[in-house]
Write a protein that binds this ligand. Structure first.
Ligand code: NAD
Length: 270
C-alpha cells in the first residue's frame, strides 16, 4: 500500500476542530507524523488520541500553541523538530471570525487588532519558523526526504469576492494571507519550499456555524452557493493534502480555491 505523505513530519495549527482536525486525521492516515497545535489543548489531545487509536505506527503529539504569540509558534516548530527530527509540512490553518467583526463603521479597533494578530501575524510567524526549520532538513534519499518542504496557509474565499454581509477585519486579514503567501512563495521557490494558500468557501464547521446564529443568516448565504450547501471540513482537508504532498510538486504561490463554484458564480440555480 502506498501513502501520499510517507515519513513526512507535519505541524498543523487549529488541529482541534474543523479543517485542522480533518487534516490531522487524513495526513496521519497518509503516513505523516503530526504535531497537533491548538490554543485548546484538550481538543488537540482528543484528536491525537484518535490518531493513536487508528494507527499504532504514526506518532501524533498534541501541543498547546496560541498562534497570536510568536514564542508559542517558535516553541511548536522546535518541538516538532526535536520529536521528529525535521519539519516537512506546515499547515498555518488556525483562524478566528469574531462575532463583533462588522463593517468599517462598527468594527472596534480591538476586534481588528485581535483578528489581525491571529489570522495574519500568526501565519507570518508560522511561515518564518517553518522556513528556518525546512532549510535545515537533512536529505535522506532512501526515504525520499529532502531539504525544503510545503507550507499551506488557510485564507478564505472572502479575500477573492466582496460580501455585503461584512466582517471587515476577517476579510482584510485573509487578503493579507493571500498577498503574503504569493510573495513568500517567490522568495523561497529556489530553496525547494513551496508555499500556497488554501481558499475555502463557507463551511459547515463551528467557526461559521457559530457566527451564523439564525436560519435567516444561513439562508442569506445559501442562495449564493452554486451547490446549494455549505462545504465540509474533509473537503478542505483533501485539498490541503494535495498541497502538502508531492502530488503538487509544481504548484506554488497559488490561491487554491475550494469553494463549490462560489467564486465562478453570477446567478445560481434554485
Ligand atoms: P474551527 O473553528 O472549526 O477550528 C479552528 C480551530 O482553531 C479551533 O480548534 C480553535 O481552538 C483553534 N484556534 C483558534 N484560535 C487559535 C489561536 N489563537 N491559536 C491556535 N489555535 C487557535 O474553524 P475552521 O472552520 O476549521 O477554520 C479553519 C481555518 O479556515 C480558519 O483560518 C478560517 O478562517 C478558515 N476558513 C473557514 C471557513 C469556514 O466557513 N469555516 C471559510 C474560509 C476559511
Amino acid at each position: 500500500m502506498s501513502f501520499r505523505l510517507p515519513n513526512r513530519v507535519a505541524l498543523i495549527t487549529g488541529a482541534g476542530s474543523g479543517i485542522g482536525l480533518e487534516s490531522s486525521l487524513l495526513f496521519a492516515q497518509e503516513g505523516a507524523n503530526i504535531l497537533l497545535c491548538d490554543i485548546n489543548l484538550g481538543a488537540a489531545q482528543k484528536a491525537a488520541d484518535l490518531i493513536a487509536k487508528r494507527s499504532s505506527n504514526i506518532k501524533a503529539i498534541a501541543f498547546k500553541c496560541d498562534v497570536a504569540k510568536e514564542q508559542d509558534i517558535k516553541n511548536a516548530v522546535d518541538e516538532a523538530v526535536k520529536e521528529f527530527g525535521r519539519l516537512d509540512i506546515m499547515f498555518n490553518n488556525a483562524g478566528i471570525m469574531h462575532p463583533q467583526d462588522d463593517n468599517a463603521l462598527n468594527t472596534e479597533e480591538r476586534i481588528w487588532d485581535l483578528t489581525m494578530q491571529i489570522n495574519l501575524k500568526g501565519v507570518w510567524w508560522g511561515c518564518k519558523y517553518a522556513i528556518l526549520a525546512m532549510r535545515n532538513n537533512p536529505t535522506d534519499e532512501a526515504k525520499g526526504l529532502h531539504t525544503g518542504g510545503s507550507i499551506v496557509n488557510t485564507a478564505s474565499f472572502v479575500a477573492l469576492r466582496g460580501a455585503a454581509t461584512p466582517q471587515l477585519a476577517y476579510t482584510a486579514s485573509k487578503g493579507g494571507v493571500l498577498a503574503m503567501t504569493r510573495e513568500l512563495a517567490m522568495v523561497h521557490a529556489r530553496e525547494g519550499i513551496r508555499i500556497n494558500s488554501l481558499c475555502p468557501g463557507p463551511l459547515n464547521t463551528p467557526l461559521l456555524m457559530d457566527f451564523l446564529r439564525t436560519d435567516e443568516m444561513k439562508q442569506r448565504r445559501l442562495v449564493h452557493l452554486p451547490m446549494g450547501r455549505f462545504g465540509e471540513a474533509i473537503e478542505q482537508a483533501k485539498a490541503a493534502l494535495f498541497l502538502a504532498s508531492d502530488d503538487s510538486s509544481y504548484v506554488t504561490g497559488s490561491d487554491f480555491t475550494v469553494d463549490g463554484g462560489l467564486s465562478a458564480a453570477y446567478v445560481t440555480a434554485i
